[in-house]
Design a protein around this ligand. Sequence first.
Ligand SMILES: C[S@@+](CC[C@H](N)C(=O)[O-])C[C@H]1O[C@@H](n2cnc3c(N)ncnc32)[C@H](O)[C@@H]1O
Length: 228
Amino acid sequence: MVYRYSDFYDDKTVFEQYINQRRSVDNLNDVIEKPILVDLIGNVKGKDILDLGCGDGEIGFDFLNHGCLSYTGVDGSKNMIDFANKNFAGVKNAQFEKSLLQEWNFPTRAYDMVVSRMSLHYLSDSDLLNLFNEVYQSLKVGGEFVFSVEHPFATFNNYSQDYYEVGEQVCYWLDNEVIKVHRKIEDYFNLLQQAGFKIAGLRENRRIDELEGEEKKMPLVLLLKSEK
Ligand SMILES: C[S@@+](CC[C@H](N)C(=O)[O-])C[C@H]1O[C@@H](n2cnc3c(N)ncnc32)[C@H](O)[C@@H]1O
């Protein structure tokens, strides 16, 4: 069976493996992605923050500890949302909603900051453009949008083997198959501009000496910051 979107994370074995991997001390997200993301996000004090494809919402604790006003997480996976609700039980100013990002009803001019970590490469170009339009109208004036995705060098190397062959790719991960979308770096850039955003930053992870083989020779994560 080939999974799509959040269905992948609602598979019991995938979910268990994923959470174990994310909870390990040297997991790649915390080592290579989170520090750059946090740097791009900057000061969160007094901000209303929306997290798209929030998973267990772990980063919400960081935001709340640093004084953000509210943290809202949206994710299509029941496993993830149940886990997040359990972890955040009794925590004020945090809320979670289970919904596919393509179907969520975005409130207008509600957020100072929208973030998304390693989730948007599951969406097609047309869904991503719609989502960027929704994010734009859900941000307050001057609001910011920061997201990370699997780097196009990594998606082309792992799945398509041809950088210019964009689109859905079946990817083998955590002993299962899931559809991810390979697109070029300029595609992320162009879709953001089409939605009206000003690009404020583009980052890639540094070389990680501990990695071996191909993974050591190319960036694995692409991060973009844009402004309304
Ligand atoms: C790699 S996990 C990242 C989770 C979290 N952002 C983090 O960094 O810990 C990707 C998440 O995106 C969610 N996701 C993927 N496609 C989605 C979609 N179309 N709508 C809603 N959530 C989606 C999955 O359910 C999963 O929780």
